[in-house]
Design a binder for this molecule. Structure first.
Ligand code: SF4
Ligand code: SF4
Length: 192
């Protein structure tokens, strides 16, 4: 058997990994569809939230991979509308969060999600450095990663004069605590 096939054959079932890492039981979902019916991003998603759960329930590796390659997991806003409507209390935003991380780990990120990922990374850089969101740092990081250098520059002056953009970052006092949080998260990630 080819090495890659052996790795695939030994890979734990994704729904079990979800349970282990989020304590969410995908098998509780009975496909009523209320989550998808209320999702504000449903029209943009390539796979509906309830379908994502159904695909993971099947334990079919090809369907698991399709979920991890989907754009839907990146479009989820974590608005929790689905969670609030679910009769089985399935925390879909939490599951989506885990699926995004797993998609990165397996290098299966949907090409259309690259800009969303760039935004996430720039946001985290800002929090890592200042402990807060520094808008101009976030915008600069995002633009450098995506090379969309001129995108939305026309709105910057209005935002600045309306007090929405600070030229200089404000920082939290206890930056060591922020450092510890990031280090802990990285350690946990390495153990997954
Ligand atoms: S609302 Fe809950 S039970 Fe119904 S399909 Fe969505 S996740 Fe499943
Ligand atoms: S949390 Fe995500 S999946 Fe759930 S309703 Fe909001 S956008 Fe849709």
């Amino acid at each position: 058997m080819h090495d890659q096939n052996i790795v695939e054959a030994l890979r734990p079932v994704l729904k079990h990994k979800v349970k282990e890492n989020t304590e969410e039981d995908i098998m509780l979902c009975y496909q009523c569809g209320k989550c998808s019916a209320g999702c504000p991003l449903i029209d943009e998603m390539d796979i509906a939230p309830n379908q994502i759960l159904r695909m993971l329930q099947t334990e079919i590796p090809e369907l698991e991979e399709k979920v991890l390659k989907s754009l839907a997991i990146w479009l989820c806003l974590a608005c929790e509308q689905c969670y609030s409507r679910c009769p089985k209390d399935v925390d879909l935003p939490k599951i989506m969060d885990y699926l995004r991380a797993e998609s990165i780990r397996r290098d299966l990120v949907n090409p259309k999600a690259k800009e969303i990922l760039a935004f996430h990374k720039s946001f985290l850089d800002s929090v890592r450095l200042t402990g807060k969101l520094y808008e101009i740092g976030l915008i600069a990081g995002y633009k450098m990663r995506t090379m969309h250098l001129l995108q939305d520059v026309n709105v910057a002056p209005t935002m600045y004069f309306n007090g929405k953009l600070n030229l200089f970052p404000s920082q939290v006092k206890n930056k060591k605590a922020i450092k510890r949080i990031f280090e802990k998260a990285l350690r946990e990630e390495e153990n997954k």
